[in-house]
Write a protein that binds this ligand. Structure first.
Ligand SMILES: Nc1nc2c(ncn2[C@@H]2O[C@H](COP(=O)(O)OP(=O)(O)OP(=O)(O)O)[C@@H](O)[C@H]2O)c(=O)[nH]1
Ligand SMILES: [Mg+2]
Length: 270
């Protein structure tokens, strides 16, 4: 008898704990905003503060917004530098205890976000936040014309990367476009804008951030390409090498090509 009572008490206690933590950390418990800027970062301590200032300037005129940084188990002062910028209350920090990769960090950030619209960018300052209003405008124009879902994808007109990176990226984009027919010049550009609801419907796997355009098309979305600025990395080090990007890219390409082939899109009537 006592054992049953103990189990029931434990169950009730755990339920309360669970509900308490769920309320504290799910978007429903927070003030909703229109636009969430989601930035996955790994060891970008010297880049985050200037980037936060630039994002604030860029989105101030776009309505209620929040900035969600996802620190993916950084081992430098990245999290502390983000916390030091929190004063105006528009900035949130979510953290992975250990590194899970850029795509998983992106998913964590979008799940935590409260905005109907999500804009994403790299945490090293290579994407220019001043371009966010251009993506926002493209989304508004599209939404006014059609209910079709969309993904606004920046393409970097003047890449400020090494010759090898530019060359390999151009070849990778061409192969991807041919294999997936994804209607996109530059899927590697992190500056993107979409509805949160669309993103959460896509398949999620490690490195899916390089295939978001194809996956959005698979979900019935249109791709809106917008030319954007690109800047050199001023500090910190690159997190990707040529070979790891290549092998994982080939593997993922097979998987996404399979997903595209197996797509069925029903016409729904009510
Ligand atoms: N959360 C998370 N972010 C990552 C990871 N790897 C890279 N990033 C972030 O993803 C963005 C792009 O990574 P970069 O290392 O700048 O890649 P890149 O732009 O191709 O390389 P550079 O030209 O050298 O900057 C940066 O904001 C990184 O901090 C990771 O494992 N987890
Ligand atoms: Mg970079």
């Amino acid at each position: 008898m006592e054992r049953v009572a103990l189990v029931l008490w434990m169950h009730g206690w755990m339920k309360k704990r669970w509900c308490w933590s769920a309320r504290a950390y799910t978007p429903a418990a927070m003030t909703k905003v229109n636009l969430s800027v989601v930035v996955p970062v790994l060891n970008e301590a010297d880049n985050v503060a200037p980037l936060i200032a630039e994002i604030r300037r860029a989105v101030a005129a776009l309505g209620a917004y929040e900035i969600v940084f996802v620190d993916d188990g950084s081992t430098d002062a990245t999290a502390a530098r983000i916390r030091a910028e929190m004063a105006p209350g528009d900035l949130r920090l979510v953290q992975h205890k250990t590194r899970c990769g850029q795509s998983t960090a992106l998913l964590t950030g979008v799940l935590a976000a409260t905005g109907e619209f999500i804009v994403t960018l790299d945490g090293d300052g290579q994407n220019d936040p001043a371009d966010i209003p251009l993506l926002w405008q493209a989304a508004q124009t599209h939404s006014a014309a059609t209910p079709q879902p969309f993904l606004v994808c920046g393409y970097r007109v003047n890449r400020r990367d090494s010759w090898l990176k530019r060359r390999s990226s151009r070849i990778a984009n061409a192969i991807r476009r041919w294999a997936l027919n994804d209607d996109t010049r530059d899927t590697g550009c992190s500056l993107k804008l979409y509805r949160r609801e669309l993103f959460l419907r896509l398949p999620h796997f490690d490195h899916n951030h390089r295939f978001l355009c194809a996956l959005a098309i698979r979900a019935g979305g249109a791709i809106l390409s917008v030319p954007v600025n690109h800047r050199p990395r001023l500090t910190g080090v690159s997190k990707y090498g040529f070979w790891d990007r290549l092998w994982v890219g080939i593997d993922d390409l097979w998987g996404v090509a399979w997903l595209m082939r197996r797509m069925r899109r029903p016409e729904v009537v009510e």
